[in-house]
Write a protein that binds this ligand. Structure first.
Ligand SMILES: Nc1ncnc2c1ncn2[C@@H]1O[C@H](COP(=O)(O)OP(=O)(O)OP(=O)(O)O)[C@@H](O)[C@H]1O
Ligand SMILES: O=P(O)(O)OC[C@H]1O[C@H](OP(=O)(O)OP(=O)(O)O)[C@H](O)[C@@H]1O
Ligand SMILES: O=C(O)c1cccnc1
Ligand SMILES: [Mg+2]
Length: 559
């Protein structure tokens, strides 16, 4: 086992739990990180000070914004980054050819005590090219971090963005439940999705393990199996139900429900809407109500929503009301959700009026079944009466886009700026150890993100600054910021004396994300043809990028 006291976090007096998933260890990396580490070590280069930026090149889902997530897990990895003896001997067997013994002594020593991590706060709305993390340290160590930090940020940010997009379409007032556990990409995909959908603005999850691990509110209804497992009301043997104030007991809840079903059936405004309802479904609803009289919610689409499910629900809900309980509502899991939610709402209103039941018209309607951004948008356009959406497959698998495509690129080594060139301009990296700022305009919206060299003066409120597109000469604008926010903060100071930002609680990250989205200019976050947000560099950095570009690009020869 590893020597615990050796961890960077403890050496620096900063004890921190490890990542949520115990599989996240220094071995969760690509083999080439270890082969490069060996080659760096052989060349005597392993301790050269390197700076890497983690960023993405294009916003996902055809949008113009991304929610940054996964930082807490990265910092927990870094704080606990230490190879065990078993891991070192596994690496020794896995490297091609034979390795010198000294390398393994080196591996025994390494941790992240000399690594500095600057990052944008988790839950912040972010844009292409701007570093989400800037990691500085001995080149071999930072290189080993490349794969695990990309792994921890890519899906987290993608699924948080997906959740935020679902929230934006659904609107603030709707309850959003994440139901994806059964369809997610394995256990880690599911746990991650539950955590990051919550950050992106979902209200709760059905995933019990995520509720336990992160304190995310848990919610759920019941399934078709529960409804179809009943065959007749005769199955209900214990029929008594105590009133909510415990002052009386109804000895035969089944009869009470039946009397309500009859009243509804023959009521003036509802007569002819339904005849005989499905009795096994009624038995299931009654049993659920007897088990959870204060939390009665019924899945109404097993047999027939309007002819059976909704009337059966209403009869049970009205019987519960006689005993002082308020039913929660129904769930629709098939059919035309706009139409069915509208029809169900009409019945709730009719019952409110006809039987004088205040508030019954507002009974909650949950909808589920292959929902995604498009179906939510279609439902909005058609008009619907759904209060709560349960969303699984499309949300947690990020069906509309497989990966965010974050990359980790070397931008400086031994104080020498480095650039990665590409035929594709969007893939050219922005060199130098940088600072990043968000500049806000007079309307309160952010106008532009700007990257500068590390030693350039920071943009000042009220002072005009030239913001240049990093690669397009003609695209530039002067900005006089009303507010300047530095984006990269110190989350792991290494040996520097910088103060470390505390890792915020999950609810604070979620609040931050929601607030960020509320502050975005609406045209950047609209679904159809959103306006790209401007990401720029200072004039000095622009000149330097292009100087380095020309310096590194070989001049061709024509024959
Ligand atoms: N009003 C609506 N407008 C647009 N899409 C809708 C609407 N109502 C439901 N949908 C979506 O249409 C699809 C309907 O799914 P499907 O064709 O599998 O039928 P179903 O209702 O699930 O039938 P069943 O589950 O009984 O076989 C789902 O993805 C659902 O989210
Ligand atoms: O549709 P999703 O967005 O993935 O949401 C989760 C789904 O999981 C449940 O049933 P399941 O799909 O297992 O069975 P069903 O299709 O018969 O309802 C639930 O009823 C939803 O339909
Ligand atoms: O609680 C629910 O209704 C639920 C949970 C997971 C998947 N589908 C539905
Ligand atoms: Mg389904």
């Amino acid at each position: 086992m590893e020597a615990k006291g050796n961890r960077a976090s403890e050496k620096a007096g900063r004890v921190m739990d490890g990542p949520t998933n115990p599989m996240v260890t220094p071995l969760l990396t690509d083999l080439y990180q270890f082969t490069m580490a060996y080659a760096y070590w052989k060349a005597g280069k392993h301790n050269e000070r390197a700076v890497f930026d983690l960023y993405f090149r294009k916003n996902p889902f055809g949008g113009e914004f991304t929610v940054f997530a996964g930082l807490e897990e990265c910092i927990k990895l870094i704080a606990n980054f230490k190879l065990t003896e078993e891991e070192i001997s596994f690496i020794c067997q896995s490297l091609p050819g034979s390795c010198e013994e000294g390398f393994f002594n080196y591996l025994r020593e390494i941790d992240c005590s000399d690594v500095e991590v600057y990052a944008i706060s988790e839950g912040t709305v972010v844009f292409p090219k701007v570093p989400l993390l800037r990691v500085e340290g001995p080149v071999a160590v930072v290189q080993l971090l490349e794969t695990p930090v990309l792994n921890l940020v890519n899906f987290a940010s993608l699924v948080a963005t997906n959740a935020a997009r679902h929230r934006l379409v659904a609107g603030k007032s709707k309850m959003l439940l994440e139901f994806g556990l059964r369809r997610a990409q394995g256990p880690d995909g599911a746990i991650g999705a539950s955590k990051y959908c919550y950050i992106g603005g979902f209200d709760a999850t059905s995933n019990v393990a995520a509720g336990r691990l992160f304190g995310i509110p848990l919610r759920g209804t019941h399934s078709h199996a529960f409804v179809s497992s009943f065959t007749s009301p005769d199955e209900i043997l214990e029929k008594s139900l105590c009133s909510s104030d415990r002052s009386s007991t109804c000895e035969d809840f089944v009869s009470l429900v039946n009397s309500w079903l009859n009243k509804i059936k023959w009521s003036k405004s509802l007569s002819g809407i339904f005849g005989e309802t499905n009795q096994s479904e009624l038995a299931a609803f009654m049993s659920y109500a007897l088990a959870f009289p204060s939390n009665f919610l019924a899945l109404v689409d097993t047999y027939d929503v309007m002819r059976s499910g909704v009337p059966n629900f209403c009869a049970v809900a009205l019987a519960l009301r006689d005993l002082g309980y308020k039913a929660v509502g129904i769930r629709l899991d098939s059919g035309d959700l706009a139409y069915l939610s509208g029809e169900a709402r009409k019945i709730f209103h009719t019952i409110e009026k006809e039987f004088g039941v205040p508030g019954f018209g507002k009974t909650s309607i949950t909808a589920s079944n292959d929902l995604n951004e498009e179906t939510l948008d279609a439902l909005n356009k058609q008009g619907h009466e759904v209060d709560c959406f349960g969303i699984g497959t499309y949300l947690v698998t990020c069906y509309a886009q497989a990966a965010l495509g974050c990359v980790f690129k070397l931008v400086e080594i031994n104080n020498q700026p480095r650039i990665k060139l590409s035929e594709d301009v969007s893939k050219v990296s922005i060199p130098c150890k940088k600072r990043c700022y968000r500049l806000y305009g007079k309307e309160g919206y952010s106008l532009v993100d700007i990257m500068t060299g590390e030693n350039e003066p920071c943009p000042k409120v009220g002072e005009r600054i030239l913001c240049r597109h990093p690669f397009s000469e003609s695209k530039r604008a002067y900005v006089v910021p009303k507010r300047v926010e530095e984006l990269l903060k110190c989350y792991w100071p290494g040996k520097s004396d910088k103060v470390r930002e505390e890792l915020p609680a999950l609810d604070d990250i979620r609040d931050h994300c929601i607030k960020q989205l509320e502050q975005m200019r609406p045209d950047h976050i609209r679904r159809l043809n959103p306006t790209p947000y401007k990401v720029s560099v200072s004039a000095k950095l622009y000149d330097f990028i292009h100087f380095l570009w020309l310096n590194e690009a070989p001049v061709g020869e024509l024959q």
